[in-house]
Design a protein around this ligand. Structure first.
Ligand SMILES: *[C@@H]1O[C@H](CO)[C@@H](O)[C@H](O)[C@H]1NC(C)=O
Ligand SMILES: *[C@@H]1O[C@H](CO)[C@@H](O)[C@H](O)[C@H]1NC(C)=O
Ligand SMILES: *[C@@H]1O[C@H](CO)[C@@H](O)[C@H](O)[C@H]1NC(C)=O
Ligand SMILES: *[C@@H]1O[C@H](CO)[C@@H](O)[C@H](O)[C@H]1NC(C)=O
Ligand SMILES: *[C@@H]1O[C@H](CO)[C@@H](O)[C@H](O)[C@H]1NC(C)=O
Length: 362
């Protein structure tokens, strides 16, 4: 206990000394309050963050190993933007969540990590099957206890939570229906992961279908009575590359059969690059409000489904109409920030401009 106390003292001292920013005040937690949020998931793996449009950003959530986060951090803090970190928990540890001591150990680990990096809060991303109510309640308790511990250290620290695109579809059919109402009460806001909703197992389909988003927000807001101010819509800045095993209708290459064929996630930048090889142009799926196109490479047909400015505008419009807390993207890394090609540069700028357009209205 004594050693632990000493460790806490060292970490505490560390959080306020040896600031790595030019101005040592830049290492203090951000206290600015925002009515609406622009949440940016970023790996901080290179210096492309300098190309983000920072005007409206309120919270940068670090993902991955974030080796190069310090410059981003000092810049963000100079603008009053919080930098928080994504943390999680292995499914294997779910059964231990009933133990208060285990929860304390988990949340202390998260907070120590956050403070040693001098960050402004935590973003909890726990995904996996919670088959028993003990686990569901353990996750709610862990969230509440983390929130209490965090706010007692500094009321300006932020706690956010990544929730699935639907509280029911993903939530229960695949086994992990957490108690989103309880979680919403112990967080500053929840970030709805409006992606990986490719529920069609036969045909290539949208990553983030509009009809499903509409249905799911209706569930969060009306069936679960969660305040829209507790929800931020995170859209994908990536899409899916499906291998078509055959076409249902070979004439127009629309219905790409994917049963048993591989698919992978691709960055917006990569998909735009692939578009050059398209056969038949860019198509629009009216049901999901999503663009897609087909390519033929080495005798293999691929179909790409993704989100572009057109489909994203419709989603941001929905967030605006529902009066949500804000918008964000997974992730800011998916654009091409280094190209000198005018077309590519415009694609990158348009993605940020579209965000700004809606945030100014919100
Ligand atoms: C969080 O825990 C505290 C202390 O046990 C309790 O008073 C409070 O009602 C809990 N909040 C929620 C939202 O469960
Ligand atoms: C959501 O609420 C509506 C209206 O009360 C109800 O008809 C519907 O069955 C509910 N859906 C679910 C999945 O609970
Ligand atoms: C197949 O595609 C062609 C060209 O778009 C279209 O005219 C035809 O109606 C389609 N057939 C079916 C069965 O969908
Ligand atoms: C960016 O685009 C250029 C072509 O303009 C390409 O050579 C480069 O590989 C792309 N980089 C990324 C990270 O997508
Ligand atoms: C950044 O966004 C703001 C609006 O939020 C806009 O006025 C400004 O022109 C944008 N900056 C760039 C470099 O695109």
């Amino acid at each position: 206990a004594c050693l632990y106390g000493l460790l806490m003292l060292v970490l505490y001292a560390d959080a306020y000394s040896d600031c790595f920013c030019k101005d040592p005040n830049m290492c203090k937690p951000v206290t600015k309050k925002y009515e609406k949020e622009l949440v940016v998931f970023s790996s901080a793996k290179d210096n492309t963050w300098t190309q983000y449009n920072w005007t409206q950003i309120t919270n940068v959530i670090l993902t991955g190993t974030h080796e190069l986060y310090k410059e981003l951090y000092c810049y963000a803090h100079s603008k009053g933007v919080r930098v928080t970190i994504l943390v999680g928990l292995s499914v294997n540890d779910f059964p231990k969540l009933q133990q208060p001591l285990f929860r304390k150990q988990v949340l202390t680990g998260w907070i120590n990590k956050m403070q040693s990096l001098k960050l402004d809060g935590l973003n909890i991303d726990i995904e996996g099957a919670a088959y028993t109510t003990d686990i569901v309640d353990g996750i709610s308790a862990l969230t509440n206890e983390t929130n209490i511990a965090l706010k007692s250290l500094n009321p300006s620290y932020l706690l956010t939570w990544d929730v699935p695109y639907s509280p029911i579809l993903v939530g229960c059919f695949s086994g992990y229906c957490f108690d989103y109402v309880a979680i919403s009460k112990s967080t500053d806001y929840m970030i709805v992961m409006d992606y990986d909703a490719t529920i069609d197992i036969l045909f290539a389909s949208a990553n983030s279908p509009l009809w499903l988003l509409k249905e799911s927000y209706n569930l969060y807001l009306h069936n679960f009575s969660i305040n829209p101010n507790q929800l931020v819509m995170a859209v994908p800045w990536y899409g899916y590359d499906y291998t078509c095993s055959k076409f249902f209708n070979h004439t127009d290459h629309n219905l790409c059969l994917i049963a048993g064929a591989p698919n992978s996630q691709r960055a917006f930048a990569d998909i735009n690059q692939k578009f050059i090889q398209n056969q038949g142009g860019l198509k629009w799926d009216t049901r999901s409000s999503t663009p897609f196109f087909t390519t033929l490479t080495d005798g293999v047909y691929h179909q790409f489904w993704y989100d572009n400015v057109q489909s994203l505008k419709i989603k941001y419009e929905l967030a605006f109409a529902l009066n949500l807390r804000g918008i964000g993207m997974w992730t800011a890394d998916e654009l091409n920030y280094t190209s000198t090609d005018a077309t590519v540069m415009k694609q990158t700028k348009d993605m940020w401009d579209t965000l700004s357009e809606y945030l100014e209205k919100m």
